[in-house]
Ligand binder design. Structure first.
Ligand code: PEP
Length: 251
């Protein structure tokens, strides 16, 4: 039985004051005990969020980490060691905004995935196709290639300590959501690819859907057999909406 997981990616949003307000509002949400909840604030607010949520069952993660696990001359970067040191237990790797805007290759994503694991954090590996790739019928090939790189480099056992998020690029922040059937097709393919290596690990790994998930469409997505929760962008900035999405993931 896979425990549902809902993750909130705050992206490059928030000031200390607005983050304090959002945390206050989140603290008032009735979060279902059977759902694991993680939020990913900007790096600047990690320490604030970790300390203000320390008595609430909401974990904290970072939106990215350096490809180098330790310390050193990498101006502007934050390593997985440093993130773990401030209380992060989770880290997003390979978000499409980093792949497409910052030009992160599959190789860089793979190194970040390894760095997160090395420092004891759980990586959330983000995979997804662009609109052009979907229209060209390449969705499963693109997602399969992104995943294959990590399986090859990190080994299938790494997926006992990782989560995978399928996030079609065309659905992120666009208001367009994949239909539950479209999302399920890709999730089943991801689980199937992992199962070719190890059925037990494939059955245990949690697969999140991300892309314009809202309180109104969360339940029908989370009902699908291979969708174990969501990675939520815009709606995670509103405590009531995020709380409703978390409750929709409850059994
Ligand atoms: C995301 O950025 O991971 C995301 C899913 O964003 P949104 O929910 O806003 O589409």
């Amino acid at each position: 039985m896979r425990r549902p997981l809902v993750a909130g990616n705050w992206k490059m949003n928030g000031t200390r004051a607005s983050v304090a307000e959002l945390i206050d509002a989140l603290r008032q949400q009735d979060m279902p005990a059977d759902v694991e909840v993680v939020i990913f604030p900007s790096c600047l607010h990690l320490a604030q969020v970790v300390s203000d949520l320390n008595d609430k069952a909401i974990a904290v993660g970072a939106q990215d980490c350096a490809a180098q696990a330790g310390f050193g001359a990498f101006t502007g970067e934050e390593s997985a060691s440093q993130l773990a040191d401030v209380g992060c237990k989770w880290v997003l790797v390979g978000h499409s905004e980093r792949r497409l805007i910052m030009g992160e290759s599959d190789e860089v994503v793979s190194r970040k995935f390894a760095a997160a694991l090395e420092c004891g954090m759980t990586p959330v590996l983000c995979l997804g196709e662009t609109l052009e790739q979907r229209q060209a019928g390449q969705t499963l090939e693109v997602v399969g290639r992104q995943l294959a790189r990590i399986i090859t480099d990190a080994g299938i056992a790494a997926f006992e300590r990782a989560v995978v998020a399928y996030e079609p690029v065309w659905a992120i922040g666009s208001g367009l959501t994949a239909t539950p059937q479209q999302a399920q097709e890709v999730h089943a393919a991801i689980r199937g690819q992992l199962a070719l290596e190890d059925q037990r690990i494939a059955d245990g790994v949690r697969l999140l859907y991300g892309g314009s998930v809202k309180a109104e469409n969360a339940f029908e997505l989370f009902e699908m057999a291979d969708i174990d929760g969501g990675l939520i962008g815009g709606a995670s900035l509103k405590a009531n909406d995020f709380g409703a999405i978390c409750r929709a993931a409850g059994n």
